[in-house]
Design a protein around this ligand. Structure first.
Ligand code: DAH
Length: 345
């Protein structure tokens, strides 16, 4: 009897059947068929009894070896199919939470807001606090307390938008952030080192350099023994911190009712870095805003003794600063929500 041949053939068939199983159900079925009670291997085993003892022993060993190889083929095929089934299940349950976010265009802050926040950072790093005031102001805070009495000619330089509230021309949209100086000095005793950013309003027709609504940042320092030198040094330190060490500032005599002496504040032209170009009318300097030493009348209006306290103030346009820094030709684009512009910052 050619038991050896039978064993080799049965083992080869069994191995093939197990390898062909393409699912765990198939494999269970094939395993029963090739290793179970009615399997060809079992039938051979039952026939061994008719062999003489030596041949039986030899064939028995061959059969056991074949059976254990078939068992290990079955086990490794099971591992493969289980791993594949698990991978398929995981792929089916996968939730790609990043997919939608990745496709949505991301929003950003308007360049004016970015400039505003950057300015706050620079002054906060210099030890200043940030204060705010209302956008609807009384005539007292916006003008009178700032040493602009009724009929003062400088009032008409700021075309005010009045509200229909109370006495005629007594309540208005603030034309400047300077009234916050008054509110701050009323609210807290010196020393004061503060900046006051905010939105202001004027009855202007929009053009390349004006928007009727714009933003300013006000600065106020009140302490003992503050000098014009402190003002100039502070402006220079700010210019270096905000624009970079190659940029400088200069102060030129000017007039503001709430400061005496007053100055116009200029910084190195960012376009030509001082060499002279069209943007700066060949002067090498760009005007940013105004500043000066707090007028004694302003101190008196908030109950501070000008003999005891001195201080400086400054104010400039945040939009204007953004325009200068980024070389924006027309101010109107700042608020037109044109994504082609907005996306550049
Ligand atoms: N309020 C002024 C304006 O809107 C700017 C200004 C100038 C503010 C001088 C100041 C200052 O505090 O000292 O034109």
């Amino acid at each position: 009897m050619s038991t050896d041949l039978d064993i080799a053939r049965v083992e080869a068939d069994a191995t093939q059947a197990l390898s062909d199983a393409s699912s765990l159900v198939d494999l269970d079925e094939a395993t029963t068929r090739v290793l179970g009670k009615k399997s060809a291997l079992n039938q051979i085993s039952q026939r061994l009894g008719s062999l003489d003892p030596d041949a039986r022993k030899e064939a028995g060993q061959a059969l056991n070896a074949a059976r254990s190889r078939v068992q290990s083929v079955a086990a490794s095929r099971r591992d493969e199919l289980e791993a594949a089934a698990r991978a398929e299940q995981l792929a089916g349950e996968r939730l790609d939470l990043t997919e939608t976010m990745g496709r949505l265009p991301r929003g950003r802050l308007n360049v004016v807001t970015q400039t505003w926040e950057r300015l706050e950072d620079v002054f906060v790093a210099m030890g200043y606090i940030v204060a705010e005031g209302p956008e609807v102001e009384s005539d007292w805070y916006n003008f009178t307390a700032l040493n602009l009495p009724v009929a003062h000619p400088a009032r008409s330089a700021q075309d005010s938008a009045y509200l229909d509230l109370g006495e005629p021309e007594s309540v208005l949209l603030r034309t400047q952030t300077s009234p916050v100086q008054i509110r701050l000095m009323e609210a807290q005793k010196p020393p004061i080192y503060a900046i006051m950013p905010g939105r202001v309003y004027r009855r202007d027709t929009p053009d390349a350099r004006h928007n009727p609504t714009f933003t300013q940042i006000e600065g106020l320092v009140v302490d003992r023994g503050i000098t014009f030198g402190d003002l100039a040094g502070t402006i220079e330190a700010f210019t270096n911190a905000y624009f970079g060490a190659r940029m400088h500032s200069r102060l030129r005599p000017y007039y503001f009712p709430f400061t005496e002496p007053s100055a116009e504040l200029e910084v190195t032209c960012v376009i030509c870095e001082g060499a002279g170009c069209r943007t700066c009318s060949n002067t090498g300097w760009i005007e940013l805003g105004g500043c000066g030493m707090v007028h004694p009348n302003v101190f008196r209006n908030v109950g501070l003794d000008p003999e005891e306290w001195s201080g400086f103030a400054f104010g400039f346009g945040i939009d204007r600063l953004a325009q200068v820094r980024h070389g924006i030709a027309d101010m109107r684009v700042l608020f037109q929500n044109d994504v082609r512009f907005i996306e550049q910052f």
